[in-house]
Design a protein around this ligand. Sequence first.
Ligand code: GTB
Length: 215
Amino acid sequence: MMSITITAFERSPDGGRGLARDTRVRWALEEVGQPYKVRLISFRAMKEPAHLALHPFGKIPTYEEGDLALFETGAIVFHIAERHSGLLPNDPHARARAITWMFAAVNTVEPPILELANAKLLEGDKAWNKERLPLVEERVRTPMGQLSRHLGDGDWLDGAFSAGDLMMVHVLLRLRSSGILDEYPNLAAYVARGEARPAYKRAFAAQLAVYKASH
Ligand code: GTB
């Protein structure tokens, strides 16, 4: 097995809460038991040619394994899940459904959550923000209510824990500080179930160590 190197923020703006997107890649690697190295990148270096050659959009994380270089956490976690056992079921239909949940996490649930984060972080000082924010929050609550109904009293989205749950839990974590996650007790418990996994704990501790070293 080739050695794996990912990139992460040199100084994460998330306060060490594991919200930057390297955490989901760390988590996937921990779930399948693959060791990895981390190259820390400054915001400036992220926009320079060397990093842009790895990540055309100038972001973290990236994933390097031999002469393979990947970006986009959905694709990286999918790659990890395909090459190692533990993150995708073997049954072809169950596997396709788990992959569907990975896409649902990044394509349906994450966009309104990001929009809410942006509305708070980047547009908080705009005169129209107070009027717009409730609309943005409602666009988060709609898929949250639907996801909550789908999950019901299940532990995971489709049977056993999969890469779909890994992506979804990490996407939902970003909502916790808004209070909206706790409006859906079964989703809050679902996220807590993800955070209780030993692999998540190792990933969280590793990103926290980077944060502490930089602050
Ligand atoms: N779709 C891409 C993926 O999933 O890989 C998105 C990658 C992405 O947006 N990366 C962010 C980045 O590099 C880091 S995670 N941003 C730097 C830039 O664009 O210049 C985003 C993030 C930032 C801060 C917090 N936080 O403070 O809580 C959480 C998440």
